[in-house]
Design a protein around this ligand. Structure first.
Ligand code: THG
Ligand code: KPL
Ligand code: MG
Length: 302
């Protein structure tokens, strides 16, 4: 059985914590005798998935603890998104996020996972000046443990995508609504509506693929347009608010897990982790105040 299929087998069976970190990245999961062991998801598996019609699964992650949990869930790729600005830093856009901050998050996520491929966003201002700047910034993310970088934009980025690719840095593109350009795009709006805009989007995707991009994220693109790009573009598309006919899907993990009250319309809550966390903290607070915690098992005798 192929490597790729094994990545779709259920994640670490049994007690994942017990097997974690003991045998290195290709260690077979305990009790998986009939299945081939899960192997690290690598760049060639992206093309393999598109070819076979197997969906790519990507979530964002910003720290080691979350990285470990999402890796155990069987995610193919973890995106260290500049959405860390919105989600973790309390900002209202991704623009203020610094490369130094992305480096810290990337290092944390890379340490937390075992199998998932780590893709790190190049933040606003760290690559737009051209291939030299893009390579210098990407190198910092790769040294921090990223396996690929993501950058926003189409044809104007083609030269940089080529330079990074030739330097050994896999690049994921990002088209449609590109949050770093929110000021130019005039708000959080669907992109690629209308024949001409759709054509532009397709040309941008083809240019990124031609320049060596290994995948392209499509954000807030009309469903039929994303489907057409997916069909005509030789590299995998990963959609967010772009319909089900993309080669894969990505969501911001806190949106997916139900950590916040607000979420974009394109996100779905697959759990109520926010409510669970609040409940746990409420129980803790009550236990402290009533003296129910700690008890002897949590303290030390002389
Ligand atoms: N947490 C969260 N933060 C994010 C993203 C995310 O994925 N989730 N992704 C990036 C930003 N992208 C968006 C995309 C859309 C919106 C948005 O505000 N959408 C409105 C309006 C959309 C419309 O109809 O035009 C809605 O109701 O869904 C906000 C940030 C970075 N920050
Ligand atoms: C997931 C995605 C594509 C949303 O804009 C992203 O780039 C991020 O989280 O930073
Ligand atoms: Mg981003």
């Amino acid at each position: 059985m192929s490597e790729r299929v094994s990545n779709h087998a259920s994640p670490l069976p049994g007690d994942a914590a017990a097997t974690r970190g003991k045998g290195g990245p290709t260690a077979p999961a305990a009790g998986a005798a009939s299945q081939s062991p899960r192997k690290p998801f690598r760049v060639q598996h992206i093309a393999q998935a598109k070819e076979r019609g197997e969906k790519l699964v990507m979530l964002t992650a910003y720290d080691a603890v979350t990285s470990r949990l999402l890796d155990e869930a069987g995610c193919d790729m973890l995106l260290v998104g500049d959405s860390v600005g919105n989600v973790m830093l309390g900002l209202d856009s991704t623009l203020p996020v610094e490369l130094d901050e992305m480096v810290v998050c990337t290092r944390s996520v890379a340490r937390g996972r075992q199998y998932a491929m780590v893709v790190a966003d190049l933040p606003f201002g760290s690559y737009e000046a051209g291939p030299k700047q893009a390579l210098a910034s990407a190198a910092r993310l790769m040294k921090a443990g990223a396996n690929a970088v993501k950058l926003e934009g189409g044809r104007p980025r083609a030269k940089s995508v080529r330079a990074l690719t030739q330097a050994g840095v896999p690049v994921v593109g990002h088209l449609g609504f590109t949050p770093q350009s929110v000021n130019m795009l005039g708000g959080f709006r669907v992109q690629g509506r209308g024949e001409q805009a759709a054509e532009t989007l397709l040309r941008d995707a083809l240019a990124l693929a031609e320049a060596g991009a290994v995948a392209v994220v499509l954000e807030m693109v009309p469903e039929p347009v994303a489907a057409r790009v997916t069909q005509e573009c030789p590299v995998a598309t990963i959609g967010i608010g772009a319909g089900a006919r993309c080669d894969g899907q990505v969501l911001v993990w806190t949106d997916m897990a139900g950590m916040t009250g607000w979420k974009p319309r394109f996100a779905k809550q697959f759990g109520q982790v926010g409510a669970a966390l609040t409940q746990a903290a409420t129980d803790y607070a009550q236990a402290v105040r009533t003296g129910a915690f700690p008890t002897a098992e949590h303290w030390f005798e002389a």
